[in-house]
Design a protein around this ligand. Structure first.
Ligand code: THU
Length: 297
């Protein structure tokens, strides 16, 4: 079982501002429920964000999940609250309280983590864990941490891994990234089962409507899904190899990729490569701690 994020804290021990944010998050989740905005999942989520503007003023914003029959057009509660705050000029998040009303203890999904990291790296996070509004207290920087494991140089790698590193460099030339100029390539390998190892390749593919872009890791993982091979065995290994700009940076893989990997299960191994073939290895649980998964629904 995954280790929960942050420190358990009783509602009574929260500051006045934190208590108000927690109550507001519940109210937002109730809006989702009452207006049936979560009509597909029946899983109401509410989020409240205390944010600061350039003049140093602070204000509370809230939002709930709003679903759409075209699933990717659904917006999560955290991102709904976040974009409202940012639109009003409150771009520095100080406090983020979130509640999954049906299953308290859910934590932000990868996409929300990505947005919260952008505006709230130093924010205090309150994940409400029960009906009594007790919380787990963490920080924005905990959501998508850097990989701190030692560098594995090409000389230290097995010849198979070294070849994957080289293939990633060759593959990245196929990426279509005219907007961000940040091209990535990925290889998703599943092993075990009766049919032996399988490997799927992907590159970043951007779109003039930015949110319709897809990252390299998602392409690779979706190809594996489309082949139907992942349903053969729960126990097969999952290894995601990705070419990134800097293996040491904070938030090296975007939250969406990690969230997609999480759908296959809590366990997976990730190798981050740079263009020189140096790599760092991490477990999914380290990169997406206390993740939101299908079990929450
Ligand atoms: N959801 C959120 O609002 N926040 C998260 O961090 C995870 C998921 C919503 C989206 C969708 O309406 C429902 O929960 C099921 O994913």
């Amino acid at each position: 079982m995954a280790k929960p994020l942050g420190v358990f804290t009783h509602f009574a021990d929260l500051s006045q501002d934190e208590k108000i944010a927690v109550k507001t998050a519940w109210e937002a989740a109730n809006v989702s429920r009452d207006l049936d905005l979560c009509y597909i999942s029946k899983f109401p989520v509410g989020s409240a964000i205390v944010a600061q503007n350039a003049a140093g003023e602070t204000k509370l914003f809230s939002g709930c999940n709003v679903e759409n029959k075209f699933m990717p057009a659904t917006i999560c509660a955290e991102r709904n609250a976040a974009t409202t705050a940012v639109y009003n000029g409150y771009t520095k998040f100080l406090l983020v309280a979130t509640v999954c009303a049906k299953a308290p203890a859910g934590s932000p999904c990868g996409l929300c983590r990505q947005v919260l990291t952008e505006f709230g790296k130093d924010a205090v996070l309150l994940n409400i864990v029960d009906k009594d509004s007790n919380v787990r207290k963490a920080h924005g920087c905990d959501l998508l941490p850097a990989v701190s494991s030692p560098l594995i140089t090409p000389e230290m790698q097995s010849s198979d891994v070294r070849k994957i590193g080289e293939r990633l460099v060759a593959l990245v030339k196929n990426a279509h990234t005219p907007y961000s100029k940040r091209a990535r390539s990925a290889i998703f390998v599943t092993s075990g089962g009766d049919t032996g190892p399988h490997s799927y390749e992907g590159v970043s593919v951007e779109n003039a409507a930015y949110s319709a872009s897809i990252n390299a890791e998602s392409v690779a993982m979706h190809r594996a899904r489309a082949e139907g091979l992942l349903s053969l065995s729960d126990s097969r290994d999952r290894i995601l190899y990705v070419l990134v700009e800097d293996t040491e940076e904070h938030n090296p893989l975007d939250g969406e990729s990690l969230q997609i990997l999480r759908e296959f299960g809590e366990e997976a191994t990730i190798w981050l490569f740079d263009k020189s073939g140096n790599a760092r290895k991490a477990e999914l649980e380290e990169m997406l701690p206390d993740s939101f998964g299908p079990e929450a629904l």
